[in-house]
Design a protein. Structure first.
Length: 117
């Protein structure tokens, strides 16, 4: 696993927060922390940069959200974001409803490993 903390940092190209390899599969995660479940907005440049990074690496991209008080991360596939144009630019939104239906990080890792519940 490789962690590339970038909150507030300025890189020449956006990169995901975490790059992980498991059983020959590459995964990239953009990580967000929240006090309560709510929609998450990602700037267009960041969204497209993470998408491109994942495509170039042959990886699957995810948003991983840690909600205060919950034990596990909620995980949503990157492609589930919806593009919206707002007054302050173009954003990609992971709506709260998608976060409410997200699987846990533990479940994702079990699926990748081929483990059964």
């Amino acid at each position: 696993m490789l962690r590339a903390p970038g909150s507030g940092a300025r890189y020449s190209a956006p990169v995901p927060d975490i790059v992980a390899l498991k059983r020959g599969q590459a995964l990239v995660f953009e990580v967000k922390l929240r006090n309560k479940p709510r929609s998450i907005y990602i700037e267009e440049t960041k969204y497209l940069g993470v998408k491109e990074y994942a495509e170039n690496a042959g990886a699957r991209a995810y948003l991983a959200v840690k909600i205060k008080g919950e034990q596990d991360f909620r995980v949503v596939p990157w492609y589930r974001a919806e593009r919206v144009e707002l007054r302050n630019g173009v954003w990609y939104v992971f709506y709260k409803e998608k976060l409410d239906r997200a699987i846990s990080l533990s479940q994702l890792l079990k699926e990748i490993s081929g483990e059964q519940d």
